[in-house]
Design a protein around this ligand. Structure first.
Ligand code: ZN
Length: 240
């Protein structure tokens, strides 16, 4: 069985389509939130996810796009992009975003956007944070996004091991408890501008990260046309 795990697509349809094409035949697509925000095509991304039957959870940007007060915590550029998103999305997109749950358990996996203990907002960026969240995982493996950085935190006795894939990389979980982040499809922030995603193989107990090139210039042009902040387009080219 192959499951594609996508996070932080951020209204970037060319990146999403490049990922789906590269992933090929999969048994399911799971997403970890922040489907919208920053990018120029929120309706296109939601339509695509809906048409392929993707299931997932709500991110802070999804909550804000659906009208939530989360927007008050955004930095100025993110806020401008969110105000544009709110006016740009179709009612059906807003309804789909509003219906996303904060957490979801499928098979032996807990899905959240930020962290298991704070699904919308917490960034898992240190061993201490990872350890505290591993301790409250209800499933052996937690899948999360939000940081836009592909990484895994693996429980090893009372220590936590950090795994950072460079480009494509495979990790055999071997039954260990772990928090696994696929990186970001639509706005990578680990210095590699290529879209990042994960293929999960539950039978093998493995996760495999992948990077895919997509038409960054085309997305930047669409962002200019939409009047989105220039800094948000510029960062796509450097992956930061
Ligand atoms: Zn995000």
């Amino acid at each position: 069985m192959r499951i594609a795990v996508l996070s932080d697509i951020h209204s970037n349809l060319p990146a999403l389509d490049a990922v789906l094409a590269a992933a090929g035949d999969v048994d399911a697509v799971w997403h970890l939130g922040d489907v919208v925000g920053y990018g120029p095509d929120p309706d296109g991304v939601v339509d695509r996810l809906r048409s392929i039957g993707a299931v997932g959870v709500r991110g802070n940007h999804d909550a804000a796009a659906a009208g939530g007060s989360e927007i008050d915590w955004f930095n100025p550029d993110a806020r401008r992009a969110m105000e544009w998103t709110r006016t740009a999305i179709a009612p059906a997109t807003r309804e789909w975003l509003a219906a996303l749950p904060e957490r979801r358990t499928i098979k032996e996996y807990d899905l959240v956007h930020g962290s298991p203990r704070e699904p919308l907002w917490e960034y898992v960026i240190s061993r201490d944070i990872a350890q505290a969240n591993l301790a409250i995982l209800t499933s052996p493996v937690g899948l999360h996004g939000h940081t836009h950085i592909p990484v895994a935190w693996i429980e090893d006795g009372d220590r936590v091991e950090l795994v950072r894939p460079r480009g494509d990389g495979i990790l055999e979980l071997g039954g260990r408890r772990a928090l696994v982040n696929p990186g970001s499809v639509g706005q990578p922030r680990d210095g590699d501008p290529m879209a990042s995603y994960l293929i999960l193989d539950p039978e093998a107990g493995s996760v495999r990260w992948h990077r895919v090139a997509y038409d960054i210039a085309g997305v930047q042009a669409a962002m200019r046309d939409a009047g989105l902040p220039a800094s948000l387009g510029a960062r796509l080219a450097v992956g930061l």
